[in-house]
Design a protein around this ligand. Sequence first.
Ligand SMILES: Cc1cc2nc3c(=O)[nH]c(=O)nc-3n(C[C@H](O)[C@H](O)[C@H](O)COP(=O)(O)OP(=O)(O)OC[C@H]3O[C@@H](n4cnc5c(N)ncnc54)[C@H](O)[C@@H]3O)c2cc1C
Length: 388
Amino acid sequence: MTVFPGFTLPDELRAIREQVRRFIQEEIIPLEQRLDPDAPEIPREDFVRLSGKTKEAGLWALGIPEEYGGGGLDTFSMCVILEEMSQHRMGLYVPGCGVFGRNPPPAIWAGSKEQIQKYAVPAVREGHETFWAITEPSGGADPAGAIQTRAEKRGDRWVLNGRKVFISRAHDAPWGVVFARTDKSKGRGGISCFIVEQGTPGFTAKPFKVIRTSAVPTDVVFEDCSIPAENLVGQEGQGLELAFDLLVKQRFPYSACNLGVAVAAHRMAIAYAKERSTFGAKLAERQAIQWMLADAEVEIRAARWLIWEGAWKADRGEDARVEASIAKLYSSEVLGRVIDAAVQIHGGYGVSKEFPLERWYREARVRRIGEGPSEVHRMVIARSLFRR
Ligand SMILES: Cc1cc2nc3c(=O)[nH]c(=O)nc-3n(C[C@H](O)[C@H](O)[C@H](O)COP(=O)(O)OP(=O)(O)OC[C@H]3O[C@@H](n4cnc5c(N)ncnc54)[C@H](O)[C@@H]3O)c2cc1C
């Protein structure tokens, strides 16, 4: 019988977690302190230098299967590691500033051997960005109903026409996956997944500004964008299945980053409350502050448990769609509450750019909208209750 490993993490995993923690403290945090507080990424030369170090230390691409050049860790282990990797200023959207490698969109692993070798393997090796394009101007919460971008077969090519919005990094990532309608008459079963390369004629992506500076979203247009037939990923009509698979698989690591930033903000709030005095006593002695910190502690522990349980189920091949919604919903909302309390405890310094709290406060707001708004996750959870 497999025992839920939450109580005793394997020694090897604890050792990796410790290595990552030290790397973040010794290399990433001091580097970020030298950059603009809103810097979207680290300079290229630092990326090359630090990724050289993580590769040497065996910390590169930990969540990618070993056969494709990664560390082969499962989702549960990656959640444990990402909680550490995200504990720095850019950590919510660029855990470890990308120097531990980046994951291509999970849908690519459903592709052919040739697609994996041509696209996924170099992305893993170089740690470059990729994009995934589902959301359209007609809506992102309900992609099954909203996708209108069309892909039409013409000879040995697919021709894409339509528009996507809020597509992170599509202006500079070398390639990404795009979900488009191949058969209008088939509803959910009429959507397919394609690989689109940067620079393909008829593909344009214009960045626009939002509340966060990392992972900039873009407005994408396909205008008679012709791609080879072999760029179809999986089967024709399988797109939505791959999209939901992609979203479910991403949700546990995504939630672990929420948790990591919440942990970091909470730790800062505790330290500040122990140091700062007002009206002749430390903030830590005030019940109003103690209760904020106590509530944050409870919510952080609960979020960790929900993420770990769901990731563990997913690794065992169990249906973890509801657990993914629970983890995503709860961790995003806890993140917002914990940062809000930490900002309040820091007073004016909470909103100054001297501390990362201000950036986290803004960036955390997107977490209740992206990857499915909170209301949609509540809907998924509620539906599961009525199905029982
Ligand atoms: C910064 C940023 C980056 C993003 N990056 C990407 C990306 O890389 N790729 C990509 O494909 N998408 C991306 N998105 C899009 C994101 O996934 C969508 O914004 C999200 O799914 C919501 O879609 P929408 O904005 O169209 O809102 P809508 O679908 O119009 O929903 C609006 C609001 O209505 C409410 N709502 C919706 N459905 C229900 C319901 N059933 N019950 C109750 N209330 C409901 C929710 O409050 C929701 O916020 C990104 C978004 C942002 C903000």
